[in-house]
Write a protein that binds this ligand. Structure first.
Ligand code: PMP
Length: 426
């Protein structure tokens, strides 16, 4: 495949935009080569500026769970846009989306809409601090909760892909309140809690991690975490920006059978428009301005186009919950296919999968936390990524990312994906 126009557009973009991109992982730095500039997309397929057609396993990093340019979503946005794009005043559709989200997700009574997952997590932590009157938070190495200061401490995703899990610009003062635990290691959390008795507001976690590749929490770990938080009066904060409305109507809370105290959303809830949200029981949410003293605001929060996209998306999912099962089956089918080929190739690998999240790690050992994920062989990953791309398959351009399947993918697409892997010489 040729990517001449993409490369030319990238060269031009670099003159005016740092690194030529508006979010670092897009730049292909971890895998080498120039990024692909997309022109349009429909269903499971991307069409780039050189006229190539690619099967997409990212779906805009998760939001497009029903595929690109899904008609009910697109039509809702077009119709809404005709009535004006932003008012900075209350609109009925905000309540409609709130009501639907609250009805789908366990343990939440009220929800506040923001514009990104970053904002959702940042605001949710402020709420947790305001509610508990405590300053410290615990996060897990390799988890990514957006790019606000408190979270760029051993962060996953693009931060680790670019070798800056602890970003310059985050002050010592901020960093000291973020304590670091090991994913799937309850003892590491217990130790932090004991050493900081009565000082921890919240434990924030990706309940199924997707930012160090896909990593599944053990039953013992996630249940133990819930019990520990309850015992210690710590709020358990599920960052469901990836898992929300993807692992099922009720997200990871439902899929894992664990109740969280605060839940963050992003991606699917906005149907491909910029939306994030955080939600909790009414008693906790009542601390938020204007009801309570914890301040949080946004000029474009609850934007009508974004709400229209989110409402159309969640309505589809609510009315057709079998889509989650369908996606999980497709993902299992992909897993089987990749597994069979990689076994034949005799290279060390691990495949982690949960629902419609899946990732391949080129390492011998089980991948259960950031340390084991980071052992993956990046040279092998690069060959895998570029080999797949050469054959029309678009995977995340970093080993520290989960794939997000979308329901427009067909079994034929998945067969083509597995056939592409067969052709790669490692
Ligand atoms: N939390 C998680 C779990 C995420 O995966 C991401 C983004 N991938 C974020 C938060 C931040 O969301 P956004 O990029 O919309 O700011």
């Amino acid at each position: 495949m040729l990517y001449q126009r993409s490369s030319a557009l990238f060269a031009e973009a670099q003159k005016y935009i740092p690194g030529g991109v508006n979010s670092p992982v897009r730049a292909f730095k971890a895998v080498g080569g120039d990024p692909i500039f997309v022109k349009k997309a429909k269903g499971a397929y991307l069409y780039d500026e050189d006229g190539n057609k690619l099967i997409d396993y990212i779906a805009s990093w998760g939001p497009l769970i029903l595929g690109h340019a899904h008609e009910p979503v697109i039509n809702a946005v077009i119709e809404k846009a005709k009535q004006g794009t932003s008012f900075g005043m209350p609109t009925e559709i905000e309540t409609q989306l709130a009501q639907l989200a609250v009805s789908m997700v366990p343990n939440i009574d009220k929800i506040r809409f923001v514009n990104s997952g970053t904002e959702a997590c940042m605001s949710a932590v402020r709420l947790a601090r305001g509610y508990t009157g405590k300053d410290k938070i615990i996060k897990f190495a390799g988890c990514y909760h957006g790019h606000s200061d408190s979270f760029l401490i051993q962060a996953g995703s693009g931060a680790v892909t670019f070798g800056s899990p602890n970003s310059p610009g985050v002050t010592q003062g901020t960093a000291k309140d973020t304590l670091l635990a090991k994913y799937n290691d309850l003892e590491s959390v217990r130790e932090l809690v004991a050493a900081n008795k009565g000082e921890i507001a919240t434990v924030i976690i990706e309940p199924v991690a997707g930012n160090m590749g896909c990593i599944i929490p053990s039953d013992e770990f996630i249940k133990g975490l819930r019990e520990l938080c309850t015992e210690e009066g710590i709020l358990l904060l599920f960052d469901e920006v990836m898992t929300g409305f993807r692992l099922g109507k009720g997200g990871a809370q439902e899929a894992l059978g664990i109740d969280a105290d605060i839940v963050c959303f992003g991606k699917v809830i906005g149907g491909g428009l910029p939306v994030g949200a955080f939600a909790a029981r009414a008693e906790i949410m009542s601390h938020l301005a204007p009801e309570g003293p914890v301040y949080q605001a946004g000029t474009l929060s609850g934007n009508p186009l974004a709400m229209a996209a989110g409402l159309a998306m969640l309505t589809e999912l609510n009315n057709n919950p079998e889509v989650f099962e369908s996606l999980a089956k497709k993902t299992a089918y992909l897993h089987e296919g990749l597994d069979a080929v990689l076994k034949e190739k005799e290279i060390p690998y691990q495949i982690n999968r949960f629902g419609s999240m899946i990732s391949v790690h080129f390492t011998e050992d089980e991948v259960v936390d950031f340390e084991s994920s980071a052992k993956g062989n990046n040279d092998t990953f690069k060959k895998y990524f570029h080999g797949m791309l050469e054959n029309g398959i678009y995977l995340p351009p970093s080993a520290f990312e989960s794939y997000f399947l979308n329901d427009a993918l067909t079994y034929d697409d998945i067969d083509a994906t597995v056939a592409a892997l067969k052709k790669i010489e490692f």
